[in-house]
Design a protein around this ligand. Structure first.
Ligand code: BDP
Length: 592
């Protein structure tokens, strides 16, 4: 699904703004056909934003079920004869779009775009009523999974086994856009180079009779052309897309019929290669070392709402601290983020929302402890949804040069054969859909090298390790010994690159201790330095992503102090001492 854009043949209207908003406390919005009438409400909610922290009413924040958004939309006069689409960049976790009261599309999975052709339901120049119902419920079949339980007073409560707050609503933009008949419906590019010659292999989907493609450099000079829906562009004196030194060509595709151009679509293309060789992770055939973070889409008030100011500032901080990469822990991020990373040379480990498939977390997050895989937990329907999530992720993000590794799941239970049955098809699907990028999963501490059964299936091993925090708490000498012993085990067993995708310590900004007590800024710094000393002993360790970039909101818990405090930055993006430590190390590492 191509991201909508304006071109000579396409127009787009962004519907960001303040919408009518109603919480469906009695679960009656569908039966009473709320979409067919003006929403009976005093509330309005901003789009894009998670709705939870916007209002002061705790009943809204903690609501379990549907909420409804509504607004009027006028279709531009000039759109007659065009195909008219409506698109949501996401609806967390399930979205239903209605046009003039009629359902036009329904989508499950909270972090992916979906759209519908509404040409026959609207008219150019006329207004229509757009309603979006959004459901925040997580069940054993959703990705991520969860469980709704009933309190003693009969009210519902959402439980889940992942460590970030279940923000919901319309956190990304909604659009209507026009496309011509016989439009370009998909583009896939795969890049390569040999010496100073670059190659862009492309494939374009369209019902139009012919296709013309031209590639332009950053100064706007045309550097290659081709004809046909599937071909190769050859670029002499190619400028490669490099980590922290991005170069983007613009591919302009035109679909034509006998009368001329019917559609135009532009795509940014970074020419680069990614390969795994032995224990090396190669970008443009050079060994690459990941510095950066596991992140979250998380801010005050907006929750997971996309915001360009926050996004640009986060990237500025990444650059300042010497990060060259991050992981979209634990769900796909807004497409604007992917575009920005392309433009700024930041590498991405792109992750599905498969987090919390691990019942051993029940003791920590509450709820009954069941088998992780089984009829009442992760079952065939869940697996089907996971496969769909992998398909949608790769479909959406396949052309981003920033994306260098697909992550199928975070911290699932992987030491039992059921885990192989559950995840192997998803790993295979990722490889089948994209043979150009390696595939990984993120290993949890409780599934070490001699236990985990999923590790042999992937190209890169990613480890989340908390020696010195959850284990050997406040005992860094022991933590160092155990971390080293573990990495020795992994590197002896597997000849693949290893990325430490999480290591970190909760830290209260402004907390200090001359004795390096946990939660102090001193302890976080000492913890990181201990970890780095161990990583540096292993050539197979090709990257370090601190958990987390910034403090973030979680479900309340006795081990969470107004959220997770493992950020190198506070939630309002001020550096803790650790950020300076990382900056000193990473700036030097990136100069090598
Ligand atoms: C890991 C998870 C991450 C948590 C982190 C923590 O992958 O989502 O927030 O640990 O406990 O278990 O801080």
């Amino acid at each position: 699904m191509l991201k909508p854009q304006a071109s000579a043949t396409r127009e787009i209207i962004n519907l960001d703004g303040v919408w009518q908003f109603k919480v469906d406390f009695e679960d009656e919005g569908f039966s009473k056909r709320w979409a067919s009438q003006p929403l009976d409400t005093q509330l309005q909610a901003p789009v894009p934003a998670s709705y939870n922290d916007i209002f002061t009413d705790v009943a809204i924040r903690e609501h379990v079920g549907w909420v409804w958004y509504q607004r009027k939309v006028r279709v531009p006069r000039g759109w007659s004869g065009e195909t008219i689409m409506v698109r949501a960049d996401s609806a967390t976790h399930e979205g239903v779009i209605f046009v003039n009261g009629e359902e036009v599309v329904r989508h499950l999975g909270g972090y992916m775009p979906f759209e519908a052709n509404i040409t026959n339901r609207v008219a150019a120049g006329e207004e229509f009523v757009l309603t979006v119902a959004v459901n925040n419920v997580l069940t054993n079949e959703t990705v991520p999974p969860g469980r709704v339980i009933t309190r003693d007073d009969g009210t519902k409560q959402q439980t889940y086994l992942h460590d970030f707050y279940n923000y919901a609503g319309l956190a990304r933009s909604i659009y209507i856009y026009s496309v011509p008949k016989n439009a370009i419906t998909d583009i896939t590019v795969v890049t390569d180079f040999s010496g100073s010659t670059g190659f862009v292999n492309y494939e374009i989907e369209t019902a139009a009779e012919n296709v013309e493609v031209a590639l332009f450099d950053e100064s706007g000079n045309q550097v290659a052309t081709s004809i046909g829906a599937k071909s190769q562009l050859k670029i002499e004196n190619v400028k490669l897309w490099q980590p922290l030194n991005a170069y983007l060509y613009e591919l302009k595709a035109k679909a034509l019929d006998s009368k001329g151009v019917v559609d135009e679509y532009s795509l940014n293309v970074g020419i680069r290669t990614v390969k795994v060789e032995g224990n090396k992770f190669l970008v443009n055939n050079e060994p690459f070392y990941f510095t950066g973070f596991g992140m979250h889409e998380d801010h005050v008030v907006k929750g997971k709402g996309h915001d360009n100011s926050f996004m640009v500032n986060d990237f500025e901080l990444l650059k300042w601290v010497g990060a060259n990469s991050f992981r979209t822990s634990h769900y796909p991020y807004a497409e604007e983020v992917m575009d920005y990373a392309d433009r700024h040379g930041i590498l991405i480990i792109d992750e599905t929302a498969a987090v919390g498939f691990n019942q051993s977390f029940a003791s920590m997050f509450g709820g009954p402890k069941l088998p992780t895989y089984g009829p009442e937990t992760a079952n065939e329907k869940t697996q089907k949804n996971l496969l769909q999530a992998v398909r949608e992720l790769i479909q959406r993000d396949k052309n981003h040069p920033s994306v260098v590794l697909w992550s199928i799941t975070n911290e699932s239970e992987t030491g039992i054969p059921e885990a192989v049955d559950f995840f192997k098809p998803a790993i295979e699907l990722a490889k089948e859909l994209d043979s150009t990028r390696p595939v990984t999963y993120i290993n949890v501490m409780t599934e070490p090298f001699n236990k985990c059964l999923v590790a042999p299936l992937v190209d890169v091993i990613c480890l989340n390790r908390y020696w010195g925090w959850y284990e050997d708490h406040s005992d860094l000498p022991n933590a160092a010994i155990h971390l080293e012993a573990e990495l020795k085990g992994w590197t002896e067993k597997y000849d693949v690159p290893i990325i430490i995708t999480e290591y970190g310590a909760d830290t209260l900004a402004g907390g200090h201790s001359i004795h390096n007590l946990p939660w102090s800024e001193e302890y976080q710094t000492a913890y990181l330095e201990m970890s780095h000393g161990v990583f540096d002993k292993f050539p197979a360790v090709v990257g370090e992503h601190v958990w987390n970039f910034a403090d973030f909101q979680t479900k309340p818990g006795i081990f969470r102090v107004l959220g997770n405090k493992k950020g190198a930055f506070t939630r309002d993006r001020q550096p803790k001492a650790a950020a300076h430590t990382l900056r000193a190390r990473w700036t030097k590492l990136n100069q090598k």
